[in-house]
Design a protein around this ligand. Structure first.
Ligand code: NOJ
Length: 743
C-alpha cells in the first residue's frame, strides 16, 4: 500500500516538477487528490505542529514525537534546525509514512538565525525599508540554509506601551509606518517565489491587538472599539496580506471578550471574507487549550472545536486537534468540510514551498557551510546596526564637544557597565540560534576603532537587585580616565515575551551607578542598550551625550564604535514615544486633542500636576552630528477635490558641517470629523542625504485616499473639510500649512 502510494506520488511530483508554471488548477487538483487519499488521522496530523525538543546542548527527539512523525500524526515541526537534523526528521516523514507528505519546519527567525541583526524595534528606527527588506531576505537565506522553510515573523503588533516586553519585536506605535515595515519584511522573507530554496514562508502575527494588553502585562486582556482596532492595530496585518504573506498566527489575548484563537470575527469575517486571505492560519503556542483558562471553552476538546470553527487551520503545541478532533467530528461539532479546507491550506503551503517537488530543498549542507555567518551576513549586520542607533542628546561639556570622538584620540577612556564587555545580551530577545561567541562586544569595537586610546573597563553593577559592590572599582576607573562611556541597559531577558516590567527605569543598581560616576565630575557619554524605551529622565537632565543603541546583534560593538567616532553619522529616529515615567503610559503621538487641550494658564485642562504632558522624546525624534533646518512648507493648492492630488514640498538644508541623513516626516490633521481625529497622523516620510550647506526640496503627494478613516457609520471615507499638513524632523517640531478637501 505504502509503496503503491509513493509510486503514485512520484508520478504526480514529476508532473509538478515539470510544471514550475503550473496553474492554480493543477495545484488544487494535486492537493485535492491527495486529500481524497488521506485518512482522518492523517488529516489531523497535517493540522498539528509540535516543537522539537531541541535542547541547548543539541537536538534530541522524544520517542513520542518520532512515532508521531512516523505515523503521520504530526505533520509539522518547529524549533528544529540545522540541515543534518532536519534531514533526519524529513526522512521520517517522507520515507516512513504512508503518504510521504513532507514536514514544514518553523522557527522564530525574528532578527536573524545565526547572524543576528538588531532587534526589530531598533531596525525600525532606520526608517530604511530597503535595509529592512534586505535583513529579512538575508535572514531567510541563512535560515533556509539551516533546514528551515517557515518563519514566525513579521510580528506586526502595534503598541503604545513600553512596559510590554514585546515592544522589542515590532516596529513601534504608528500604523502607517508599521505597515510599510511589515510589507518590506514579507517581501524580504518570501522573495519572488516561495519555492525558491533561499526563502522562507512568512507568518504575520499576532492576530490581533496583542500589543494592547492592559497595563502592558503580557497575555493580558484587550478591550477596544472596533474603530481603534481597524485604524490602529489592523493596518500592518492588512499590509502584510497585500504583500502576499503566506501564513497568519493567532494571538494569546482575548479581544472584547472572545479569545483571538476562537474569534470568528477576526478570522472568518475580517481575515477570510473581508481580506480574502487564502493562506494558512496557525495558533500561537498552546493558545487553543488556553481558551479553557480564558473561561471560553469547557475543556480542551471544546477549545479545539471553537478554534477550528473560527477558521484556524493548525494547532501549535496544544495537541487539542491531535487528541480530540476526530471525536468532535464524530459528534458533529465540527465538519469534514472545515477539516478538509484547513488541510488544504496546509498542503497548499507545502506545495508552494516546493516541498512536494523536493522535500529536502531547504536542507543543504553546502549552503549551510557557505551562507551561515558569512562575511556578507556580518557586513549587513554592521550596516543595519549603525542605522538603528538613535542619538538622543549631544551637548557640550565644559565648552567642548564630547561626540564624535576623534579616532586618533590618545585619551584614557573608562568603559563602565554591565553591557560594556558583554556578548550574549547584545543579541537581544528572540535571537534564534544566534551565536554569542561571534558577537563583537563594545570593548572590542572601541579598541579597534580607537587604537591610540587607553581603555579602562569596569563592570560596575548588574541587571537585578542592588549589589553595589562593583561601584568602588568603577568610580576609581572613572577618576583615572579623561572620558567615561557608560554602557547601561537591559539584558536580553528583560524584554521580549513574558518580560513585561512595571518600572522601566534602568534595572538593578545601574541608575545609582551612573549617578555615582557623574559625581566624579568627569565627562560622561551614556550608551543605553535595551529592548524598549527606558525612563531615563535623570540621564537626560544630567548627562551631556546619550546614544540609544538598543540590542544591536552580532556587530553591536563595531556599530557603536562607528557612531561614537563619527565615521557613521547617526541617522536613526524613534518609532515609539519615550515617556518621562510610567505614569504617562499609554503615550503616543497620534492622540486626540480632548475637549480641554493643555493650556498652561488654565488648571482645568488636560495635564498632570507633577510632570509635563510632553514625552521625554517624541515619535520620529533623533539627532545627527550635523543639523537640519526646515523652511518653506508649500502646497500647490489651497483646496483639492476628491479626484485631485495635493503636492507638498518642504525645503531641508544641512546647516552643519558634516554630511548627514535626515528622515523628513509628513503628518496630517483632519480638523473636524464625524468622529474626532488625532492631532497628527503620519502620512509619508523620506530619508534623504545632504552634504554640508546642501538644500533639497522634499516632495510628497497626498490624495483624498490618504485622508480616509472610519467615519461615524464605520465607512472608510475621507470627509470634506479643513486639514493641516505638517512637515518636520519629528512629530513635535514641525512646520504647518492648511488646505481644504472639497466635494
Ligand atoms: C509564542 C510566541 O508568542 C510566538 O510569537 C512564537 O512565534 C511562538 N511562541 C513560537 O515560538
Amino acid at each position: 500500500m505504502k509503496k503503491q502510494w509513493i509510486g503514485m506520488a512520484l508520478t504526480i511530483m514529476i508532473t509538478m516538477t515539470a510544471g514550475a508554471q503550473v496553474g492554480d488548477t493543477e495545484r488544487e487538483e494535486f492537493v485535492d487528490s491527495l486529500i481524497q487519499r488521506m485518512t482522518l488521522e492523517e488529516k489531523i496530523g497535517q493540522l498539528t505542529l509540535f516543537t522539537s525538543d531541541w535542547a541547548s546542548t543539541g537536538p534530541t527527539l522524544r520517542e513520542g514525537y518520532k512515532q508521531d512523525i512516523q505515523s503521520g500524526k504530526c505533520g509539522n515541526i518547529f524549533n528544529a534546525h540545522t540541515a543534518a537534523y532536519n534531514r533526519k526528521l524529513q526522512q521520517m516523514a517522507v520515507e516512513e509514512t504512508r503518504l510521504g507528505i513532507p514536514l514544514l519546519f518553523g522557527y522564530d527567525i525574528i532578527h536573524g538565525y545565526k547572524t543576528i541583526f538588531p532587534i526589530p524595534l531598533a531596525e525600525a528606527c532606520s526608517w530604511d525599508l530597503g535595509l529592512i527588506e534586505k535583513s529579512a531576505r538575508l535572514s531567510a537565506r541563512e535560515a533556509a540554509a539551516g533546514g528551515l522553510n517557515w518563519t514566525f515573523n513579521p510580528m506586526v503588533d502595534i503598541t503604545y506601551d513600553p512596559r510590554w516586553g514585546r515592544i522589542a519585536e515590532g516596529s513601534g506605535e504608528d500604523p502607517y509606518y508599521s505597515s510599510k515595515v511589515a510589507a518590506a519584511k514579507v517581501k524580504g522573507y518570501q522573495g519572488k517565489k516561495l519555492e525558491d530554496p533561499l526563502t522562507l514562508a512568512a507568518c504575520m502575527k499576532h492576530f490581533a491587538a496583542y500589543g494592547a494588553a492592559e497595563a502592558g502585562r503580557d497575555y493580558n486582556t484587550v478591550d477596544m472599539s472596533e474603530r481603534r482596532l481597524r485604524e490602529i492595530y489592523l493596518p500592518p496585518f492588512k499590509a502584510s496580506i497585500d504583500a502576499g504573506v503566506a501564513t497568519v498566527m493567532t494571538a494569546f489575548n482575548e479581544l472584547n471578550g472572545i479569545p483571538a484563537t476562537g474569534n470568528k470575527f477576526l478570522f472568518r469575517e475580517i481575515l477570510r471574507e473581508e481580506w480574502n486571505f487564502k493562506g494558512m492560519v496557525v495558533t500561537d503556542y498552546t493558545s487553543i487549550e488556553e481558551m479553557v483558562n480564558h473561561g471560553y471553552a469547557q475543556d480542551e476538546k471544546h477549545a479545539g472545536e471553537l478554534a477550528l470553527n473560527a477558521g484556524i487551520d493548525m494547532d501549535m503545541q496544544s495537541a487539542a486537534f491531535y487528541n480530540y478532533l476526530a471525536k468532535s467530528l464524530e459528534e458533529g461539532k465540527v465538519t469534514m468540510s472545515d477539516i478538509n479546507s484547513s488541510v488544504k491550506n496546509v498542503l497548499m503551503l507545502k506545495y508552494d514551498l516546493g516541498l512536494f517537488d523536493d522535500p529536502y530543498k531547504y536542507i543543504d549542507e553546502t549552503r549551510e557551510e557557505n551562507i551561515i555567518l558569512s562575511q556578507e551576513m556580518k557586513d549587513h549586520a554592521l550596516e543595519s546596526a549603525m542605522q538603528s542607533i538613535v542619538l538622543l542628546k549631544n551637548e557640550k561639556f565644559n565648552g567642548s564637544e564630547l561626540l564624535p570622538i576623534n579616532t586618533n584620540t590618545g585619551k584614557t577612556i573608562a568603559v563602565i557597565g554591565p553591557l560594556a564587555d558583554n556578548q550574549t545580551d547584545m543579541l537581544g530577545t528572540w535571537h534564534a540560534a544566534g551565536v554569542d561567541s561571534e558577537v563583537v562586544t563594545l570593548m572590542k569595537g572601541l579598541r579597534k576603532k580607537f587604537p591610540n586610546a587607553q581603555f579602562n573597563y569596569a563592570f560596575g553593577g548588574g541587571f537585578e537587585g542592588n549589589d553595589q559592590s562593583g561601584f568602588m572599582e568603577a568610580i576609581e576607573v572613572a577618576k583615572q580616565s579623561d572620558l567615561v562611556i557608560m554602557a547601561l541597559g537591559e539584558n536580553y531577558r528583560q524584554n521580549g515575551e513574558a518580560a513585561s516590567r512595571s518600572n522601566i527605569d534602568l534595572p538593578g543598581p545601574q541608575k545609582e551607578l551612573i549617578k555615582e560616576i557623574y559625581q566624579t565630575g568627569k565627562p560622561v557619554i551614556s550608551l543605553v542598550m535595551a529592548g524598549r524605551p527606558l525612563t531615563i529622565g535623570w540621564m537626560d537632565e544630567n548627562i551631556p551625550a546619550i546614544v540609544y543603541a538598543w540590542h544591536l546583534g552580532t556587530r553591536a560593538g563595531d556599530a557603536i564604535a562607528e557612531v561614537l567616532s563619527g565615521d557613521y553619522n547617526p541617522s536613526g529616529k524613534l518609532v515609539c514615544t519615550f515617556p518621562r515615567n510610567t505614569g504617562q503610559i499609554p503615550i503616543y503621538y497620534n492622540h486626540k486633542n480632548t475637549g480641554r487641550p493643555f493650556d498652561a494658564d488654565n488648571k482645568y485642562t488636560t495635564r498632570y500636576l507633577d510632570i509635563p504632558n510632553e514625552p521625554l522624546y517624541p515619535f520620529g525624534y533623533g539627532l545627527s552630528y550635523t543639523s537640519f533646518e526646515y523652511d518653506d512648507l508649500e502646497l500647490d493648492k489651497e483646496e483639492i477635490t476628491f479626484g485631485e492630488k495635493l503636492q507638498v514640498s518642504v525645503k531641508v538644508t544641512n546647516t552643519g558641517n558634516r554630511r548627514g541623513e535626515e528622515v523628513v516626516q509628513l503628518y496630517v490633521r483632519d480638523l473636524v470629523g464625524s468622529v474626532t481625529r488625532p492631532v497628527k497622523e503620519l502620512k509619508g516620510f523620506k530619508k534623504i542625504s545632504l552634504d554640508p550647506s546642501e538644500t533639497k526640496h522634499v516632495m510628497f503627494s497626498l490624495t483624498p485616499d490618504d485622508l480616509r478613516f472610519y467615519a461615524k457609520d464605520m465607512n472608510y471615507v475621507a470627509e470634506p473639510g479643513d486639514f493641516k499638513v505638517f512637515a518636520g524632523g519629528n512629530a513635535i517640531e514641525v512646520l504647518e500649512a492648511d488646505f481644504k478637501l472639497v466635494e
